[in-house]
Design a protein. Sequence first.
Length: 319
Amino acid sequence: MNNPISISINLDSLNEAYSFPKNFSDPTFHQVFKRIEKVAEKYNFPLTIFIIGKDLEDKKNLSRVKEWHEKGYEIGNHSYNHLFNFGSLSKFNLKDEIFRTHEKIFQITGQEPKGFVAPTWGHSKKLLDILIDLKYEYDTSSFPSFLLYPMIAKIVFNHKTNIKKGIKILNRSDWFDPLLKPTNPYLINKNGKINNLKDAQNILEMPLPTLNRLKPCIWHTLSFILSKDYFKNQITQLLSSHKGFYYVMHPADFLDIEDLDKKMSLNLERINISLKDKLDLIDEIFYMFAKSGRKMVTMRELAIHNKNEIINKNNNLKN
């Protein structure tokens, strides 16, 4: 298979954004998500959807997850409560956050999730240890670019109406990742050794794609911050050079202002962009993917491909 690519939806719901209010009817799983499904179906792209476990306490959402699974979409784990201080939690609390969602996904789909992404990309060694123990095949929580620092500041600013929640993102253990961690996919074991193929207990880390650590990591949110030409140029270069490329999106990328609960406060800078403009931009970018000639696959399929590439490269070096 020629270097495939994937679309990863981190399903940060309105329910989570509003701090899980009681009796809230969340459109994220329903009319909101149907918008991205429609564009994906136009190009016959499979989706990988990372779910927040607490959203599955609403029975109306369970049928949607089952429907996605039956359509061939991959269902991944995005923790239970989407805690902003996820990266600094104790090992016990980390495991609870992961395993509760793990169990719920298994109950709905009959399959254990094999992929994980941490809230706010809160990467840590403790996290990888737990994922390896639970036999996860890949993680996408590493942010290997200096953009991590302004990204964290922007998230704090976006939560100025709920500053107690926003500043929790500062409690993390990956402050030096942009300096130290690889920018391309790599296998890592519990001892932190990279691409040690002698150890069967490892996990594939798929960092958020970037051309290099001095460039921005590219995910859809940046299309509303960077100039359109620059953003699309970065995608073009990644499509031609980045073997482990995948594209992260969030519900806010296809959310309409009418989806919001007017009784609640929420600061999203891209919410004032018209839904038509948002969907037109998504269509433009999906068209770029389709024209690239790279096959669209689920994140797990991409992870398997990346792992095989690492193994083959290692074997060739030995020969």
